[in-house]
Design a protein around this ligand. Sequence first.
Ligand SMILES: [Zn+2]
Length: 86
Amino acid sequence: MTDIIRVEKAFGDFALEPCPFCGSEEVVYAEYTHGEETRWKVVCCGCMASIDPGFCRNKTGLRTRWNTRNGKPPKEKWNAMVRDGE
Ligand SMILES: [Zn+2]
């Protein structure tokens, strides 16, 4: 059983890229309990897409994961594929 205990806006050193799926800039960090532990995940408030490796005890690793998937946002990649006819 998991419970969200806190949600934090992403800004400053922990700023997050807009959601690559719905484009929402309402992307937040959520701290939640998992048994005795507390963990963090990133959640998009627009479409509820999330990154939750299941072991993040702090926000630093999460930020990197959210911001660097495939090196660039999928939307940008799709547009490039359409344009280039790949
Ligand atoms: Zn989204």
